[in-house]
Design a protein around this ligand. Structure first.
Ligand code: HAM
Length: 451
């Protein structure tokens, strides 16, 4: 395998892992942690896409699409080498040209890269962008956790004030409301993790506190103590949670500027009547955050913290860490699978696409041709119809029309082809009438509008 200067040693499945050889299976199945989104579920997804687009337009965010595949180093430098996402969960491989690349585990780093690469710093600031698309993390699959999952995200780059953080949280909140969730269905959890300066001091204090209790910590937390001490605060193991109760809180360590910023965010949220829960243990699993961090949790779920609907925060140093100018920024992303799960749980009313009221049935080769032409004629007139052109039996076609609960079936047989007519059958009343083929569109339109 060709090695390039400055290569980072990350391989498929995380640092140091290698793919075991497996026998080829006779049948193919979905990969573990992956999901087909079947037609039945699409209405929920469309509902999310529409809400996202609507709210993005209301707040003047512009759409951006970035590639699914990026240089691995992009995520190592931003999300962080020691994070679970980068060290264990990325799908990473060397491509045929020898480049080390990864399927994106998130999109904020890509947006920052695009901001620099396309000179967006010369646009009026802040630049407000949004995106929708699949992300990949090789996590342990469980409820609400997939290896390919979809996110939509909103990012504001080039804005420093607390008003940006507050408006971001408001946008996230309003998307949930627009989707049809009741305001008490979710909570906004918020914290500040300060800047590099205050966090450094706090981390020392935190490590001292946990070191004294090292023997009571779980295996992961023993590693976190050395590699990523902030993550000690969101361990889900009961013993570690009990220890956390007495842990020093970062809010007590914020410097004056970070404190003033956080108070500013809370003031805006109070004024906008967005309720929130101050959560001193919220730290987030990506390294690029500074100051404000927040998550939206489902209120009803016991393990809500493991299944946040959406999350985000400020990342003032990210663009600079990628070689761009100092660019304060803030954003958030939601997992769409989890939103869909909550929509179903809460029985949120979602509009389905209107189904056709017409079925076109045919008997015989010439009638089939005429029926196909009629389908096109109606389509051009904006009239939707079902058909079953691969079927020959009229009985089968009418049974299907019944199942589909259409109002009218248009029937074309050999006689109708010769006469230049069609039969229009009112499916409920069982009455049939003969209509001139040329007049079908206008007649059907009239019938449907008066039905
Ligand atoms: P994140 O917390 O890693 O943040 O992911 C954001 C959301 O994606 C989560 O709240 C969750 O709903 C969803 N999510 C994450 N992992 C999975 C998974 N394995 N299966 C299903 N859903 C999942 C970020 O990705 C940041 N880029 C957010 C951000 C944007 N921060 C600033 N701007």
């Amino acid at each position: 395998m060709p090695k390039k200067k400055g290569d980072i040693k990350v391989v498929a499945g995380g640092i140091g892992a290698s793919a075991p050889e497996r026998p080829i299976k006779k049948t193919n199945q979905l990969l573990k942690g992956f999901k087909d989104i079947l037609p039945d579920e699409q209405k929920y997804w469309q509902h999310v896409f529409k809400s996202v687009e609507k709210v993005a337009q209301q707040y003047r965010y512009l759409k951006i699409d970035s590639p699914i595949l990026e240089e691995t180093s992009l995520f190592v430098r931003t999300v962080g080498k020691e994070t679970d996402i980068v060290s264990k969960e990325m799908y990473t491989f060397t491509d045929a040209g020898g480049d080390l690349v990864s399927l994106r585990p998130e999109a904020t780093a890509s947006i920052a890269r695009a901001y620099i690469e396309h000179g967006m710093m010369s646009l009026p600031q802040p630049v407000k962008l949004y995106y929708v698309g699949p992300m990949f993390r090789r996590e342990n699959p469980q409820s609400g956790r997939f290896r390919q999952f979809y996110q939509f995200g909103f990012e504001v780059l080039g804005g420093a004030g607390p008003v940006i953080d507050a408006q971001n949280i408001l946008v996230a909140y309003n998307i949930c409301v627009d989707l049809g969730f009741k305001p008490d269905a979710f909570t906004v959890q918020i914290n500040s993790i300060g800047c590099q300066n205050c966090r450094g001091e706090y981390k020392k204090e935190l490590v001292n506190f946990y070191k004294a209790k090292r023997k009571f910590l779980c295996g992961d937390c023993k590693k976190r103590l050395i590699r990523n001490p902030l993550r000690l605060l969101d361990c889900k193991v009961e013993g570690c949670r009990a220890i956390r109760r007495d842990a020093p809180q970062i809010l007590d360590w914020l410097d004056d500027e970070c404190k003033a910023h956080f108070m500013g965010v809370l003031e805006f949220l109070d004024a906008l009547e967005v309720s929130y829960v101050l959560n001193p243990h919220l730290v987030r699993g990506l390294d690029y955050y500074t100051r404000t961090v927040f998550e939206l949790w489902m209120s009803q779920k016991e393990d809500a913290s493991q299944n946040s609907l959406g999350s985000g925060g400020r990342y003032d140093a990210l663009v600079e860490s990628l070689g761009g100018p100092p660019t304060p920024a803030c954003g958030f992303a939601f997992g769409i699978e989890r939103l869909v799960q909550l929509m179903k749980l809460q029985e949120v009313k979602v509009k389905d696409k209107k189904s056709p009221d017409i079925f076109i049935a045919q008997i015989g080769q010439q009638a089939k041709i005429r029926a196909m032409k009629l389908f096109e004629m109606l389509r051009n007139e904006g009239i939707l119809a079902y058909e079953a052109f691969s079927k020959d039996s009229l009985k089968t076609q009418l049974e299907l029309a019944n199942k589909l609960q259409v109002k009218y079936a248009i029937i074309i047989g050999q006689k109708e082809v010769l006469d230049g007519t069609v039969l229009v059958r009112d499916m409920e009343a069982g009455i049939q009438e003969i209509i001139n083929y040329e007049k079908v569109a206008s007649d059907v339109k009239k019938k449907l509008s008066s039905a």
